[in-house]
Ligand binder design. Sequence first.
Ligand SMILES: *Cc1c(COP(=O)(O)O)cnc(C)c1O
Length: 451
Amino acid sequence: MNYHSHSDSNITASFGDALLASLAPNGGLWMPDNIHKFTHVETAKLGAMSFADCAAELARYFVDDRFSDEDLKNICRDAYDFPVPLVTFSDEKLDAATPEIARNYVLELFHGPTLAFKDFAARFMGRAASHIMNKTGDKRTILVATSGDTGGAIGDAFLDQDGIDVFILFPKGGVSKVQEQQLCTMGKAGCNIRAISIDGTFDDCQQLVKDAFADQKMTDRYSLMSANSINVGRVIPQSFYYFWTSLQIKAAHPGVPIVYSIPSGNLGNLTGGLIAKKMGAPIERFVIGNNNNDPFVDYLKTGEYTPRPSVPTLSNAMDIGRPNNFPRILDLHNNDYEAVSEICWGASFSDEETERHMRRVFNETGYVMCPHTAVGHLAMEAFSKDVDLDFVKVVVGTAHPAKFADSVERIIREDVPLPKPLQKAMKKKKRVHVMPPTLEALDAYLALHAA
Ligand SMILES: *Cc1c(COP(=O)(O)O)cnc(C)c1O
């Protein structure tokens, strides 16, 4: 499989080279040249496999010949050693129009080591990158801007890997207490993961990473690699769980259309879903939930795309004013607004609405949602009121509520127990470097710490 730059299809690369380069030389985003569409017979077979084995089969169509089928099976079985549950809870009272409980699911994508869906992409990407680097002896410096969850997932996936240094840039005061603790306690002191608290917003962090990549001197000197969803290696694995879970649901509800609701920020998760649909996953529509940072929802409603500075919200992992996968979504639909808006439907919600919803769901069902998942759940409710369609609802649960314990406990007025990996992180001493959002400061810090 070859990849091309979304802004110039003459610029091409293999999967491995696109992965290590992160961006095309013209600054474009790498896109797969084609997306294999599976037949009904093939999809039925894939749905009957374990998630890890299905992922390995799908991955075959996206990688290059440096990966054997056996390699992919090993990578996926090793990466995906945790459950991918579709859970139901009684929300009859929340939605009298569809009393069938069994048609309402939350796809809990937060049972990996860092308790957010980012683990799915990070763990595949980390293993794929080291597979190639072991063959070539390359070294890389990973820069990752995080609104809270990516940094942890990437840090965990690359911890103690030879030839790789990871620098995690997060907005000072812009991530939850638990997230900050997790980001600043990865591995041992002196390990290859370093957390940097940027005096600015997430957009500043993301801009800083982009500026570093645009600086040829820095790119060459440090062999920079991005682990944000501008990297195609982050996006491809996010198609695997849509593909596999939609087949599980189809088997349980034959003939009923399936709609996923995705709480979105940079739109990487949605891009994964759209790729899965192109591969033949039985998915009817995608609902997109935004917080007050909603340029994509606005685009869906009006056809006008206006990126803008991000504002802080309760669902901080989605505080993104300039979603970096927007060009990919256009590219997948030949820049046709009609085509995008036929598949995607969106709505945005204030923090107040999100809080009220979290409290209501908890009081009526006992189910605790993280604020992001709650935005997706609200969007699904709004969608089902808007359409006359009998369908299976799948809300994508993007993070474990305990990652946002400070706000979740305040909202539901109940303790949220921390799962084991977080308990461990909470006991460790934080290691963090505070820095202004300037390229000079970043360059100076990398000069000291990048191998
Ligand atoms: C990253 C993240 C999102 C947003 O995902 P995108 O792929 O950036 O749209 C939503 N919820 C949580 C908990 C996240 O960590």
